[in-house]
Design a protein around this ligand. Structure first.
Ligand code: AP5
Ligand code: MG
Length: 219
């Protein structure tokens, strides 16, 4: 039986941080829509060129493009037993498309942890975030500093500040989340799969809460 987990929460809630920590324990690949877009941006693909304007403005990339990208990613062999989704779905249309595509993959959304963090905290988290150039590992200058400033602890690559982590774009992204993504909270609550986690706790405590609540693949 495959397992699909959707990490839900506003920008800066800690979805990427937690996914990088728990994907090994859950034995599920971490699929981040934002990371896939940034990889395409770096490689200057057609998809990257299309997504760039939306991402830089803090808006969502259109549903049809995003849904097709995720469908292709989930059809690869490493997602045979499921996936840990981070940043997708983000609109009701994407959530519905995911439900439909998982029927084709003989699965369903099994659990949706909502990592909840108030708006005031999000801005400080995002404007102090440093991201690794090679693999998207995430640090924070105050809350989770790397051992050597500017260098990723995990792969030694350069750390940079995301273009969309400027204060004004962050505010826009939070507004977009409230308008377009927060309706998914009710959508998944009605399906009985929503798990609320307090994202204001330490990174370690959030990990502990997630791991104790989430379903595991059979051995
Ligand atoms: P995406 O990359 O998904 O960005 P996001 O959703 O805005 O989320 P973030 O990555 O900013 O936050 P996060 O929750 O992962 O937080 P993190 O763990 O890094 O999307 C970017 C753009 O791509 C979108 O704006 C859109 O344009 C496009 N896009 C992506 N998916 C799309 C979709 N499905 N449809 C359409 N468009 C899409 O943590 C943040 C910081 O806080 C870090 O510095 C971290 O070290 C720190 N931190 C984490 N946890 C804690 C803690 N517990 N205590 C203290 N600090 C913490
Ligand atoms: Mg992220």
């Amino acid at each position: 039986m495959s397992i699909y987990i959707v990490l839900l929460g506003p920008p800066g809630a800690g979805k990427g941080t937690q996914a990088q920590i728990i994907s090994g324990a859950l034995r599920l690949p971490h699929i981040s829509s934002g990371d896939i877009f940034r990889e395409n941006l770096k490689n200057q693909t057609d998809l990257g060129k299309l997504a760039k304007g939306y991402i830089d403005r803090g808006e969502l990339v259109p549903d049809d493009v995003t849904i097709a990208m995720i469908r292709e990613r989930l059809s690869r062999p490493d997602c045979r037993d499921g996936a840990l989704l981070d940043g997708f779905p983000r609109t009701p249309a994407q959530a519905q498309a995911l439900d439909e595509m998982l029927v084709d993959f003989a699965g369903k959304v099994n659990a949706v942890p909502l990592i909840d963090v108030p708006e005031a905290v999000l801005v400080e988290r995002l404007t102090g975030r440093w991201t690794c150039r090679a693999n998207g590992h995430v640090f924070h200058e105050k809350f989770n500093p790397p051992a050597k400033p500017g260098i990723c602890d995990q792969d030694g690559s350069e750390l940079y500040q995301r273009e969309d982590d400027k204060a004004e774009t962050v505010t826009r992204r939070i507004r977009v989340y409230l308008e377009q993504t927060s309706p998914l909270i009710e959508y998944y609550r009605r399906q009985g799969v929503l798990l609320e986690v307090d994202g204001t706790q330490s990174i370690e405590k959030v990990t502990e809460d997630l791991l104790s609540a989430l379903p595991r693949r059979e051995a």
